[in-house]
Design a protein around this ligand. Structure first.
Ligand code: ZN
Length: 243
């Protein structure tokens, strides 16, 4: 009974955060997908071909960790492979959100990451936000592009596609999605104003110490340090491998 009550709670959370994704304009039409890890063998995932703004709890699909459908009438998200990859690599992750928020996706479609240390709380909360190279949705190309980044980051821009965020709960994954889009807007305004003043390396180091304290010094405590330089937004050749 306790397991069923907990399943119900997670179903309601997915429906609620799906609605928030839609209302925030982070997805259009039937875009995006969300999932929760219920236990070591079962994931609850959103179905394909439905607006994430108007799902019912009965629309969700229960799958095992190999992606096999255990329950649910609908077809599971075509991006299931991305969710399976992240849960496999990151045992600390219990919730994943994928969306196409317009500003952050604009960066991802311009070959730009969000690694510049412009806002202190983003450095503490997310470290930096890298850009994964492009991969066709629903194929191993996409998961191969994400795989090297997943151990080190909780939010990743996906070139010419969108954003994926993850964390110890669906709520934390959703909040990270909001932070990414909000920060992308700030980075854009900063660029337009033409007087970008990123935090110094010394200040970034202090913020990383705070970040490591929050994260308890675990393996995920210190992702790559964002680059600190004085030039403006530009292509990041280290993050985007277009070969
Ligand atoms: Zn997508």
């Amino acid at each position: 009974m306790a397991a069923m009550a907990s399943d119900r709670r997670h179903r309601l959370a997915i429906v609620q955060y799906g609605r928030m994704l839609h209302e925030s304009g982070f997805v259009a039409a039937t875009d995006g997908n969300l999932s929760v890890r219920l236990d070591e063998s079962r994931l609850l995932v959103t179905p394909t071909c439905i607006s994430k703004g108007r799902m019912r709890t009965s629309d969700l699909v229960l799958v095992d960790t190999d992606g096999k459908r255990l329950a649910g009438k609908r077809r599971v998200s075509s991006e299931l492979g991305m969710h399976l990859l992240i849960y496999r690599i990151r045992p600390d992750v219990y919730g994943i959100v994928h969306a196409h928020p317009p500003t952050a996706t604009g960066f991802a479609a311009s070959g730009l990451d969000l690694n510049r240390p412009l806002v202190c709380e983003v450095v503490v909360g997310l470290g930096s936000i890298p850009l994964a190279r492009y991969g066709t949705p629903g194929t191993p190309e996409l998961t191969d592009a994400l795989e090297p980044l997943v151990p080190h980051y909780d939010a990743i821009l996906m070139a010419n596609h969108g954003v994926v965020t993850f964390g110890p709960s669906l709520e934390s994954a959703y909040m990270k999605m909001e932070t990414v889009e909000h920060f992308a807007k700030i980075a854009l305004v900063t660029h337009v104003l033409g007087n970008e003043q990123p935090l110094s390396e010394k200040e970034v180091q202090k913020l990383y110490e705070v970040r490591n304290r929050y994260n308890g010094g675990g393996p995920h405590a210190a992702p790559h340090k964002p680059r600190v330089s004085s030039d403006s937004i530009r292509l990041d050749e280290t993050a985007v491998d277009r070969s």
